[in-house]
Design a protein around this ligand. Structure first.
Ligand code: BTN
Length: 326
């Protein structure tokens, strides 16, 4: 959103009643037709603005898009989300992040958040498609980690904890983490995370933490089998949720845990992850690329590997795979 549009919006936000185009023009030192152009732009961005010849413009309703201007009002972070790129529609926020990181020094992009209202080619774990219609929260956080390589997976753990905590704080719903990086409410998935690393030998160029949260999505729009295994915040809470407030909260909770990671406070993240886990101490069936086996999930390590005590008593570490719980 351009500065002039923001300035027009601020005048409308601050005014208790309608404001004439002439007054806005005068206040900003622009022409009345320039004001009209900005009003048109604000309407396109989803702001409900009424206009009457006699009285002028009045802000009736704020946008429900995840616009940087709206997020900034609620954001309580120092670094994460201090730079935001917003897209109405894109293939994948991860793809945009990679493009940006290839063009600019990732150090300068650290903490940047890329948001899309809708993704046409969303990517999930193990290369699966991630359905991303309008109403969800689809974002990628670009990071230049100052974390030892063997602890990088903990970025996902920090993100999972942040989302579960944010949902709990905003709606009082007992969101849980299912290994490896799914967010569940009851027995249904409401969100997922995907960590991608651009690394080489012992250097990490950048890390991308992709986050998808099914916020204001009507389950009736989803086809089976998705609607049998997914839920949305709207379905759980019973009405549309304030996506801006939730996103700002997720970013804040994430920043706090990311700071702990940078400070080497790994134990507190692992402890918190475990306390929110629906997988630890449960009977699970694990499916990796080359085998399927059952056992009890007994722990998680700093690399995010799940520790399973198999039915034959042997203990196995699983780094990647699908986990089924009954
Ligand atoms: C999973 O559970 O499989 C992880 C899903 C991650 C989806 C998010 S949505 C924003 C970002 N862009 C993508 O294409 N994927 C991630």
């Amino acid at each position: 959103m351009k500065d002039t549009a923001i300035n027009v919006l601020k005048i409308l936000e601050e005014s208790p009643g309608p404001v004439s185009g002439e007054r806005i023009a005068e206040q900003l030192g622009i022409t009345r037709s320039a004001v009209w152009k900005q009003i048109r732009e604000l309407r396109r961005l989803g702001y409900g603005i009424s206009s009457s010849r006699a009285e002028g413009y009045r802000l009736e309703e704020k946008t429900n898009r995840l616009l940087p201007y709206e997020i900034n009002k609620k954001l309580r972070t120092r670094v994460i989300g201090r730079q935001i790129r917003h897209f109405d529609n894109t293939a994948s926020t991860g793809w945009i992040a990679k493009k940006l990181a290839a063009e600019t020094d990732p150090e300068k992009l650290h903490g940047m958040v890329i948001i899309a209202e809708e993704q046409t080619g969303g990517v999930g774990r193990l290369g699966r498609a991630w359905v991303s219609p309008a109403g969800g929260i689809w974002l990628t956080i670009l990071l230049k980690p100052k974390i030892p390589l063997d602890h990088l997976f903990m970025i996902t753990m920090a993100g999972s904890v942040a989302i579960a905590r944010a949902i709990r704080k905003e709606y009082g719903i007992a969101a849980l983490i299912k290994w490896p990086n799914d967010i569940f409410i009851g027995d249904k998935k409401v969100g997922g995370l995907l960590l991608e690393l651009a690394a080489e030998a012992d250097t990490v160029h950048y890390a991308l933490l992709g986050i998808g949260i099914d916020a204001n999505i009507s389950l009736t729009e989803l086809s089976s089998p998705l609607k049998d295994i997914l839920t949305s915040l709207k379905a759980e809470v019973g009405h549309e949720v304030d996506r801006v407030a939730l996103l700002a909260r997720v970013l804040r909770e994430f920043e706090l845990r990311y700071q702990q990671l940078e400070d080497g406070e790994y134990d507190s993240i692992i402890r918190e992850w475990k306390s929110l886990s629906m997988t630890i101490d449960q009977r699970v069936v694990i499916k990796t690329i080359n085998k399927t086996f059952a056992g009890e999930a007994i722990d998680i390590d700093a690399r995010g590997a799940l520790i399973i005590r198999k039915d034959n008593g042997k203990v196995e570490r699983v780094i990647a795979g699908d986990c089924f719980q009954f």
